[in-house]
Design a protein around this ligand. Structure first.
Ligand SMILES: Nc1ncnc2c1ncn2[C@@H]1O[C@H](COP(=O)(O)OP(=O)(O)OP(=O)(O)O)[C@@H](O)[C@H]1O
Length: 380
């Protein structure tokens, strides 16, 4: 198995473009806690061996959705189908322990007083928990699966690093060979380096075992890199579901755009597929609106060039090591649309050269790629 970038963005076992049957299908699921509606008519399909990341603001209902899939919560309306079995619905209910689903939480949920081996054994089906040698062999096999040395079997969880503990939690969840894995922020307690390595290891385990997975995360980079589909949740509804590149480059609205990464949002006048704005004329992909619009660009689309009619003055910068974020005041220029030059336009871009961030420096800019246009006044 070759390691891909960070996580997976896995190619499917049956090749790109082929439609695979859904492993998980959620239809019209709604749920409330008391009077508060937490899930509102949610539809979601995850293909066999697919990874879907659910992203959304805190309190938007992500964990509740996982709990519904796992069978810890019963939805008031709608159905949940796993494989060919309806596990929740008006006339159906399969309890959590019969769903063939593994669940890993943020803290791993290991039993602190038990050894690693005993924690993993706890995840094994009852029929496999007999015979000393057989048990040991299964534990070793699961430790191998999550790339942990067999020597950790006799340690307690507090004698492992955070990343190792999460791998034990995954091993325990994989012990029953679940067809579906639910991951609720499993990497968020880990520091950056460990987080990337653990994420990559787990993506590889899921890929190798062809396990279908749903990952809940706050981290947009994690969602975009780990999953082959991203589902954006807002106030209990799924507002957009699509491939990472689609939701990032063609977000349904500015809320989704902001959730998935940094944005530059400019007032613009759209005629046909060309938008005039403070950064000149920018092509727009398949516009659905015309006239006055909000134009969305990503910071990486604004390049610093040697010469261009579009000029800007550096107002300040923040250094992050591999790149700096640079705040710029775009100057009025001949190519700018006169309707949008009254107000100074301030944008923030990213650049590898920290020296660029000297306040007062003059630079030239060029926009690359296409923008996305949204109605100037979404309420109107
Ligand atoms: N057991 C519960 N009883 C009552 N309300 C609850 C319960 N669990 C969650 N909620 C509420 O339901 C809403 C959705 O919670 P949920 O944990 O699903 O959101 P989330 O998107 O996972 O949030 P976070 O990212 O902060 O974990 C929140 O308003 C939360 O306060």
């Amino acid at each position: 198995m070759t390691a891909r970038n960070i996580g997976s963005n896995r190619s499917t076992p049956d090749g790109p473009g082929r439609i695979r049957p859904s492993h998980l299908e959620i239809r019209g699921v709604s749920m409330s806690y008391g009077r508060t509606r937490v899930l509102d008519d949610v539809d979601l399909a995850v293909p066999h061996a697919g990874i879907t990341a659910v992203v959304g603001a805190s309190g938007s209902g992500k964990t509740t959705l996982l709990r519904v899939i796992a069978g810890f919560e019963r939805p008031a309306q709608g159905t949940v189908v796993l494989g060919d079995q309806t596990v929740a619905g008006p006339a159906a209910w399969t309890p959590a322990h019969r769903r063939g689903v593994g669940y890993v939480t943020q803290d791993g949920g290991l039993f602190p007083h038990l050894s690693v081996a005993r924690n993993i054994r706890f995840g094994l089906p009852r029929a496999d928990r007999t015979g000393r040698d057989r048990l040991r062999a299964r534990v070793d096999e699961l430790l191998d699966l999550v790339a942990l040395p067999r020597s950790v079997a006799d340690r307690r969880p507090d004698q492992l690093s955070g990343g190792q503990q999460q791998r034990v939690a995954i091993a325990r969840a994989m012990a029953r060979k679940p067809a579906m894995m639910l991951l609720d922020e499993p990497f968020s307690a880990l520091d950056t380096g460990l987080r990337t390595a653990t994420r990559q290891a787990i993506a590889e385990i899921l890929t190798a075992s062809q396990t279908t997975a749903v990952l809940v995360t706050h981290d947009q980079a994690e969602a975009l890199s780990f999953a082959n589909e991203v589902a954006v949740m807002r106030e209990g509804r799924l507002v957009q579901v699509g491939a990472p590149i689609v939701v990032y480059t063609r977000p349904r609205d500015l809320g989704v755009a902001n959730l998935l990464g940094d944005t530059i949002i400019l007032d613009a006048m759209l005629e046909g597929s060309l938008a005039s704005c403070a950064l000149g004329v920018v092509p727009v992909r398949r516009p659905t609106v015309q006239g006055r619009v909000k134009l969305l660009l990503r910071p990486e689309q604004v390049h610093v060039v040697v010469d261009s009619p579009i000029r800007a003055t550096v107002e300040g910068a923040v250094y992050f090591g591999p790149e700096s974020t640079v705040r710029l005041r775009v100057e009025p220029h001949a190519d700018a649309d006169p309707r949008f030059v009254d107000e100074p336009t301030v944008i923030t871009i990213r650049h590898w050269n920290a020296a660029l961030g000297r306040a007062g420096a003059q630079i030239a800019l060029r926009v690359v790629g296409e923008g996305v246009a949204f109605p100037a006044d979404p309420v109107a």
